[in-house]
Design a binder for this molecule. Structure first.
Ligand code: ZN
Length: 344
């Protein structure tokens, strides 16, 4: 089913730390259960910047050339033998993971925790800063016409926000504190609103970002430079850390009500000292999120119905030859989501 397609494609390849180059790569060959997607839009993520700047994230080290980018949407242009040819031409959002379906984690529904996961832009698996990518057909989710290519790409960070809200038990009437008004914090605020939270307190040290968060669901903002959230007696049901800042994690932990939940999303210090009596005496549930599982249908519905706005997060757009600029731009405090368009 690959007739009429080119044999090679252009890709932006990370050769080593801080060194990107446009290279010609073979267009991926399909397994029977896979689809080939012409990439329209890719969101730049903090993890892409980490791999570019540091050459590693924790135990994941870039040891051979790697194509970055894992937030992607596009159009199916070819299908494997076991996939309906009717899917050619369909616009899709990509869930960029490939778990082993027989692992205990997959069988229990938590395939994101599969230790043998193959994930886009995580060594040694290539990502989406390329003209074409492939994925198993069930991880290419059709999007309706009213969902833009950018929004199709940004279903990925939205899925992180949904996973965090689900872990935090956010529901109608919930009171939520979110630390960090960057892209994930802003998305988490929108998801909290969509899940029915009635109080959404967002904290950040940047006043411009706080102001912006009000547009996306924050009902109250706190700048910890001026006031410590822990001193405000917030007693929230759920605290989501999207900052990775140790002081924010610690004051958030002291801001949840007895029996409340803390969800760590932001990546900061590997180890911090925790106030054990606060956790014990209040039976606080402390957890994290690692990617997501089974979130795409929810993500697409939230965007389709206008409950979550992803298009307004886009603050910059770059072609494949300008991925380095896109990565740098995404680190500016005025940036929310930078987009790479490999077809342009
Ligand atoms: Zn991401």
């Amino acid at each position: 089913m690959t007739t009429g397609l080119p044999a090679v494609m252009r890709a932006s390849v990370l050769l080593e730390k801080r060194k990107l180059a446009i290279e010609e790569r073979p267009v991926p060959e399909l397994e029977p259960d896979e689809v080939l997607i012409k990439v329209a839009s890719v969101g730049v993520c903090g993890s892409d910047v980490h791999y570019f700047a540091e050459g590693r994230i924790g135990d994941f080290v870039v040891e051979q050339p790697l194509i970055l980018g894992h937030e992607a949407g596009g159009t199916i242009v070819a299908v494997g033998d076991r996939v309906s040819p009717d899917r050619v031409g369909q616009r899709v959002s990509i869930e960029p993971q490939h778990p082993d379906p027989t692992s205990a984690e997959s069988l229990s529904g938590r395939y994101n925790l599969d230790p043998h996961m193959r994930f886009y832009a995580t060594p040694p698996v290539d990502g989406a800063f390329a003209e074409y990518v492939k994925i198993q057909s069930h991880f290419a989710f059709a999007v309706p016409d009213e969902v833009s290519d950018d929004a199709a790409a940004l279903m990925e960070p939205l899925s992180v926000g949904i996973a965090a809200a689900q872990k935090g038990g956010i529901t109608a009437g919930s009171r939520v504190l979110i630390a960090g008004a960057g892209p994930i914090g802003i998305i988490a605020a929108q998801v909290a609103r969509a899940f029915g939270a009635t109080e959404i307190i967002v904290s950040d040290v940047d006043d411009a970002r706080l102001k912006q968060s009000v547009r996306f669901g924050a009902t109250r903002t706190v700048n910890p430079i001026r006031e410590d959230p822990a001193a405000l007696d917030l007693g929230v049901d759920c605290f989501i850390d999207a900052s990775g800042a140790t002081p924010a994690v610690l004051s958030g932990l002291r801001s949840v009500r007895p029996g409340g939940t803390v969800v760590l999303v932001g990546m900061g210090a590997d180890e911090i000292a925790l106030p054990i009596p606060v956790i014990q005496n209040n039976e606080i549930t402390l957890t994290g999120v690692f990617r997501y599982a089974n979130t795409w249908p929810t993500a697409i519905e939230l965007v389709r119905t206008g409950r979550v706005d992803l298009d307004s997060l886009v603050t910059g757009r770059y072609g494949l030859a300008d991925v380095e600029e896109a990565l740098i731009a995404s680190t500016r405090s005025t940036s929310l989501k930078t987009i790479v368009t490999p077809g342009s």
